[in-house]
Design a protein around this ligand. Structure first.
Ligand SMILES: NC(=O)c1ccc[n+]([C@@H]2O[C@H](COP(=O)([O-])OP(=O)(O)OC[C@H]3O[C@@H](n4cnc5c(N)ncnc54)[C@H](OP(=O)(O)O)[C@@H]3O)[C@@H](O)[C@H]2O)c1
Length: 286
C-alpha cells in the first residue's frame, strides 16, 4: 500500500457516510492526508474539536446527513456532484447497534436499527448510482460486520441489518458491473470505537426481563472484545488498499484473527458444533 500523497489527477472524490466517529472518521482523516477530495457526512458533521473551525476551501469537507432521511441524503450527494462533478468512492460506515432479546426489542427499535444500517445504505446507493453510471466507474465500500455472517446472541436487530447488507451488496455487484461500478463488503470484527458507548439497549431489557442476565453476559463479551480491539485507523488502511485494488472480491474481513477464523469456520464446521462454539463464546446455555 502506498502512503504517498496523490497528484490531483490521481486524487479521488470520496464520500464517507458516518464520518464523525470511528471507522468513518479514521477513513476521512487518512484519505484526506493521502490527497483525496473527501466529503464526510453524518448527523453531527464534525470530526473533532480541531476541525470545528475550518477553512472552507480545505479538505475534508464536512456535511450534515441523516441516512434515515432521503432528502438529506439527496442533498449531500447533489452538493458533492456540484462541487466535484463526480463521485469515485462511497464508504458506507454510518451505523448504530441495538442490544436486547428479540422479545424485548420493540418493532420501533427493530425499524430504527434497519433504517440506519440497511435502508440508509440503500438510500445512499440509489442517489449515487446515476452519477456513477454516467461516469462509467465507481466503488461502494459497505461496512458490514462479522455479525453480518454470524447471528450474534442478543443482537438480532443488528445482525439482521448486516445480513441484509450482505445480500444487498452481493446483488448490487451483479447489476452494476456492466457500468464499471464495483461494490465490496468490509466485515470488521471487534474494534475500539464509539460504537460501544453509543450502543442502544432495548427499552424492555430491564432486570425484570427473563432474558436480562443472558443478555448481559452476551453483551459483556462483545464489549470486552471492542474495548480491547484495534483502533479504527487499522481498518482505514484496509480501505485505502481496497480503493487501490483493481478488481476487488465481494468481501474482506478485518480485525481479530479468531473472529475472522470463526466466520470462515461457519462454512465448514458441522452446524451444531458451530452453534455450540458461538454459545460458549457468548456464555449462553444450550
Ligand atoms: N466498532 C466495531 O467493533 C464494529 C464492528 C463491526 C462493524 N462495525 C460497523 O462499523 C460502522 C461504523 O461504526 P463505528 O464502530 O465507527 O461506530 P461509531 O464510532 O459509533 O460511529 C458511527 C458513525 O455513524 C454515524 N451515524 C449514526 N447514525 C447515523 C445517521 N442516521 N445518519 C448519518 N450518520 C449516522 C455517526 O455519526 P452521527 O452520530 O454524527 O450521525 C458516526 O459517525 C457501523 O456500520 C458498524 O455497524 C463496527
Amino acid at each position: 500500500m502506498s502512503s504517498a500523497r496523490q497528484s490531483f489527477s490521481d486524487s479521488k472524490v470520496i464520500l464517507v457516510v458516518g464520518a464523525s466517529s470511528g471507522f468513518g472518521k479514521a477513513c476521512v482523516e487518512l484519505l484526506s492526508q493521502l490527497g483525496h477530495r473527501v466529503f464526510g457526512a453524518s448527523r453531527s458533521a464534525q470530526l473533532s474539536q480541531d476541525h470545528s473551525v475550518r477553512d472552507e476551501t480545505a479538505w475534508p469537507k464536512l456535511l450534515t446527513m441523516d441516512v434515515q432521511n432521503e432528502n438529506s441524503v439527496g442533498s449531500v450527494v447533489e452538493t458533492v456532484i456540484q462541487e466535484c462533478g463526480r463521485i469515485d468512492v462511497v464508504i458506507n460506515s454510518a451505523g448504530i447497534a441495538y442490544a436486547g432479546s428479540v422479545e424485548d426489542t420493540s418493532m420501533a427499535e427493530f425499524q430504527d436499527q434497519l433504517d440506519t444500517n440497511f435502508y440508509g445504505v440503500v438510500r445512499v446507493t440509489q442517489k449515487v448510482l446515476p452519477q456513477m453510471r454516467k461516469q462509467g466507474s465507481g466503488l461502494f465500500i459497505n461496512i458490514s460486520s462479522i455479525g453480518g455472517l454470524i447471528g450474534l446472541p442478543f443482537q438480532s436487530a443488528y445482525s439482521a441489518s448486516k445480513f441484509a447488507l450482505e445480500g444487498f451488496t452481493e446483488s448490487l455487484r451483479h447489476e452494476v458491473r456492466p457500468f464499471g461500478i464495483d461494490a465490496v463488503l468490509l466485515e470488521p470484527g471487534d474494534f475500539k470505537t464509539n460504537m460501544t458507548l453509543n450502543r442502544k439497549f432495548s427499552k424492555r431489557n430491564t432486570p425484570e426481563s427473563i432474558y436480562y442476565q443472558a443478555c448481559k453476559r452476551a453483551i459483556e463479551t462483545t464489549i470486552a472484545g471492542e474495548v480491547s480491539g484495534q483502533p479504527p485507523e487499522y481498518l482505514a488502511k484496509k480501505v485505502v488498499a481496497l480503493i487501490q485494488c483493481n478488481k476487488p472480491a465481494v468481501r474482506y474481513s478485518c480485525g481479530p484473527a479468531m473472529q475472522r477464523v470463526a466466520a470462515k469456520a461457519k462454512g465448514w464446521l458441522p452446524q451444531k458444533l458451530f452453534e455450540q462454539m458461538i454459545a460458549r463464546e457468548f456464555e449462553q446455555k444450550n
